[in-house]
Write a protein that binds this ligand. Sequence first.
Ligand SMILES: C[S@@+](CC[C@H](N)C(=O)[O-])C[C@H]1O[C@@H](n2cnc3c(N)ncnc32)[C@H](O)[C@@H]1O
Length: 332
Amino acid sequence: MASDISSLLAEDRPSASAAKAARREAEIAAFAEAVLDGLARRPRSIPSRFLYDAVGSTLFEEITKLKEYYPTRTETKMLETFGAEIAELAGDADILVEFGSGSSRKTSLLIDALDALHTYVPIDVSESFLAEAAKRLAAQHAGLTVKPLVGDFTRTRTLIGTPRGEKLGFFSGSTIGNLTHEEAKAFLENAAQLLGRGSTFLIGVDLKKSLDILIPAYDDADGVTAAFSLNLLARVNRELDGDFDTTKFAHVALYNADKGRIEIYLESLTDQKVNVLGRGFTFSKGERIHTENSHKYAVPEFQDLASAAGWRPVEAWTDNDQLFSLHLLRLD
Ligand SMILES: C[S@@+](CC[C@H](N)C(=O)[O-])C[C@H]1O[C@@H](n2cnc3c(N)ncnc32)[C@H](O)[C@@H]1O
């Protein structure tokens, strides 16, 4: 059987390009609202999902290759090591639904391990990056139907066009750590509705650890993570008629021990005024915009969260260095 990519992103059909234009317009409107509200409030903040436009997704791929960024290589190794065991516990899952799929590079390991799999549904906000990854995955896995869905995984209410079947959810890269505990619980409850009874869910979750390892992972020596953060301001300039001088802001990564999370900020290096969509915002030197959180969980802590959202923890794996965890959950 030949590989098949869903028509959702097929740009050769007029209805598909109209839908794409409508999605683009809606995404820019959501970005405008988030930026104008977020810069007006104190403390200032912009939701982390807006870090991922085409430039941001490409920079994130670069981050995953950095020596300081242990999560990707550790999770990849764990999927290689535990893939067969995961596949056995996932039973006869024939549909794989991935939230925040990005490049889908690690997913191939899971796809190879799942014998009954016929359909892969990657969900991501970063449309062009998602389309490229979907094409690559379909080319790599003969017989696999790939049905990419563009959208916010916290607001996805239906898996349009996905056939009936036994589903395995996949949420890799500790992206769940970008959500607060309350948001993560709400996400897991929504995922339970989407995936349905009898489904399983594999989630990669970063563990608490020494700051010597943690901080450089979010503030590398080559400045790739800083470039990723500052791209948010460049995106405001590109899409919202902004005039941020990105050389006058600095990337700041710190650990909030009370909340068990890395917090990322963009800090103003001087007193300045910035315009966005015709509105002026003044910054004093040292003032920050909060752009991202990355919550860290001990294994039992995450299992408690998953249980509170209705999922039964089935198995949890960690690597030998206790850097990262993989959790398999089931919805009975
Ligand atoms: C930390 S990256 C992880 C990518 C990939 N799963 C990995 O492990 O390498 C987060 C991914 O989730 C996507 N993303 C972030 N927030 C999202 C949201 N609210 N809805 C959908 N996708 C989102 C980003 O575009 C990005 O591809």
